[in-house]
Design a binder for this molecule. Structure first.
Ligand code: RET
Length: 286
């Protein structure tokens, strides 16, 4: 990579990426790169821990661990890409600012972030909603809304005119739909499974919904409004991703632990509807 010791990613992957010269005035510095690598390390560590924990269970009870480890593994690769100052395109900013970290005409837009989310957020959602015994067709539609949210966010970020906000609006509408299912529908279903599951889900669903609501704010001040620079963007999204992936996912396992569903229910498509009488009631009531 480089003859020098330490993190030289920003120097090595500077103006020329894949033989082109994309040039971005607003780009990550050594600090931003190092932070991205730090998050990569956290995600890698979490992946190893979740896989290790999975090995303490019989294979039939490992689905939750596989999902969680898969989520952090994909994130680790995305963060390695961003730490290496790769996985971005240069887009003209809509708003020209004078601040030291946001001045210039072109901004790095990390499309790899959205590839990460397109893979991992459906897994996070499916895990939570199955835990709450939400019927599979509903889960599939919420996942579709989730993909709409991520893709419109990506398309909007790649557009330099004010039309980007149109895509942002579609994404926000999708988030409203998802949030409604997380904090309302899922809690009702979890309550029908057991009072403990309902209580635990009230916390997990709300925590997830709260964290997810912060993402469009980050988008608004980073890719959208160009209010904070590329290093600030790294910190903002990095903290959110660390909280949303390795920290909040195990929350759903605690719901499963307190519910009357068998341990595999949080990740099995058929179990909630077929094995537990209370879960069957949930299905009928919808
Ligand atoms: C975008 C911009 C478009 C409007 C909205 C967004 C929301 C993104 C969210 C992302 C969540 C990511 C998570 C990652 C964890 O690994 C795409 C920023 C509403 C909610 C939880």
């Amino acid at each position: 990579m480089s003859s020098g010791a330490g993190n030289n990613a920003v120097a090595v992957n500077n103006d020329f990426v894949n033989g082109r010269q994309p040039h971005a005035d607003i780009s990550i510095t050594f600090g931003g790169s190092s932070w991205y690598y730090t998050v990569c390390a956290i995600m890698t560590f979490a992946t190893i821990v979740f896989l290790g924990l999975g090995y303490t269970k019989p294979r039939t009870h490992r689905a939750f661990h596989y999902i969680t480890a898969g989520v952090t593994m994909v994130a680790a690769i995305a963060y390695f890409t961003m730490g290496s100052n790769l996985g971005w395109v240069s887009i003209p900013v809509e708003f020209h600012r004078s601040g030291a970290t946001v001045q210039g005409d072109y901004r790095e837009i990390f499309y790899v972030r959205y590839i990460d989310w397109a893979i991992t957020t459906p897994l996070l959602l499916t895990d939570l909603l199955l835990t709450a015994a939400i019927p599979v067709p509903t889960i599939l539609f919420v996942v579709l809304a989730d993909e709409v949210m991520i893709v419109t966010g990506l398309v909007g970020a790649l557009i330099s005119s004010s039309y980007k906000w149109g895509f942002f609006a579609f994404g926000c509408a999708a988030l409203v739909y998802i949030t409604y299912h997380l904090v309302w529908e899922a809690r009702i279903h979890a309550n029908a499974v057991s009072k403990e599951a309902g209580r635990a889900f009230l916390m997990c669903g709300s925590l997830t919904a709260f964290l997810w609501l912060l993402y469009p704010i980050a988008w608004g001040v980073c890719e959208g409004g160009n209010v904070i620079g590329a290093d600030g963007e790294a910190i903002f999204y990095g903290i959110l991703d660390v909280l949303a992936k390795p920290v909040s996912v195990p929350c759903s396992s605690s719901v499963t632990a307190t519910s009357t569903l068998p341990p595999s229910a949080s990740t099995s498509v058929t179990t909630p509807q077929t094995t537990s009488p209370s879960a069957r009631r949930v299905t009928v009531s919808t």
